[in-house]
Design a protein around this ligand. Structure first.
Ligand code: AMP
Ligand code: MG
Length: 332
């Protein structure tokens, strides 16, 4: 693995891109200080240039290099102390050293400190801040294992480091600490109440209804994370599903249906496949399996994927956000 880390680091220093695991999803990384290298990310993903990237750093001591962190010393200290390395990104005023292409011309930059030994080893070896969005074609399901990356970007990037399955499986929580009241721009594994507790102040939680009508930053797209296969959501606990069937249909529950009771037996007669994201409804497991299951079903070419919404508590808010946006493409 040391040779792989060295090769990835060399590639990044030379202006190339590499695929690296993080604890959230797999990333397509480039040296954030090299505009030409960052441009490659946008080209490979087909990502619009108005969608800013997240900068990845080794630890909070790097913040000073790239942002005016001293404007928010207390908030930054509390958040990074409690959650870094980990799946939370903070928005800070940017320093001029960060090229505009990274931030889509915004005066702020999104910064995160990932918690995956391979990503961290590459940060240490290269000593570079890495811009890294998810390693997938823009708008498609995010990758949480190397097989998913290979299936979509496999021939476009030379160096891909396999770090196993992503432990979290959902993109980071994004927290804007520059606003008067700190505000969640994207829900993730770290939920609003945990953040409010650490900050000791109110936090404006993410509201999917408001955001989809009125996005306040690019990237809050109504439609994202989409399968090619028609994806239809049903309410948590609903078993009256026959109305949703269309052609060859697969159903995914959040939890293994209890003893395959009568209702589910009827569904078995209709459905081509019945799957579940977790055995016991543990929402962390649902999150971990969400994207890989959706991509697997997409590649199996059903006509319809019927997917159960999770309970909207804790990380369930983030899972539900991804599902709503994934299904938005198919809603009439
Ligand atoms: P991802 O799409 O996972 O690469 O995450 C990038 C997302 O972070 C973007 O789509 C935006 O929603 C958000 N983001 C990045 N930079 C900024 C910024 N300067 N201000 C607000 N949101 C940002
Ligand atoms: Mg993405």
């Amino acid at each position: 693995m040391n040779a792989d880390i060295a090769a990835a680091s060399q590639e990044l220093k030379g202006g190339g891109v590499v695929i690296l695991p993080t604890e959230t999803v797999y990333g397509l990384a480039a040296n954030a200080l090299d505009e030409k290298a960052v441009r490659k990310i946008f080209t490979i993903k087909g990502r619009p240039l108005n969608n800013p990237l997240i900068l990845h750093v080794l630890d909070s001591s790097w913040l000073e290099r790239y942002s005016h962190v001293k404007k928010y010393p207390v908030r930054v200290e509390k958040i990074t102390g409690a959650f870094w390395p980990g799946p939370i990104t903070i928005i800070l005023p940017k320093k001029a050293v960060i090229p505009d292409i990274v931030t889509s011309g915004y005066g702020t930059v999104a910064i995160r400190c990932p918690d995956h030994p391979i990503f961290r080893a590459v940060l240490l070896a290269s000593d570079l801040p890495l811009a890294a969005p998810s390693a997938n074609p823009f708008g498609y399901v995010s990758p949480t294992c190397i097989g998913q990356v290979k299936a979509t970007l496999g021939d476009r990037v030379k160096i891909m480091l396999d770090g196993g399955e992503c432990a979290v499986g959902l993109e980071s929580t994004i927290l804007d600490i520059t606003s008067t009241v700190p505000k969640i721009l994207r829900p993730g594994a770290i939920a609003a109440d945990a953040i409010a507790k650490v900050l000791g102040e109110d936090v404006i939680d993410y509201d999917v209804q408001i955001v989809s009508k009125n996005p306040c930053v690019p990237g809050q797209l109504k439609q994202h994370y989409c399968t090619d296969t028609r994806l239809v959501l049903f309410e948590h606990g609903n078993r009256d599903l026959s109305q949703y069937f269309a052609g060859r249909t697969a159903i995914v529950f959040t939890q293994r249906p209890k003893d395959f009771d009568g209702t589910v037996k009827n569904l078995q007669l209709l459905a081509e496949a019945i799957l579940w994201f977790s055995d016991d409804g543990n929402l962390n497991v649902v999150a971990r399996n969400l994207f890989s299951t959706l991509q697997r079903l997409d590649f199996a070419h059903y006509d319809t994927i019927l997917c159960e919404r999770p309970p909207r508590t804790g990380i369930g808010i983030a899972i539900d956000d991804r599902l709503l946006r994934a299904a938005a493409k198919f809603r009439r």
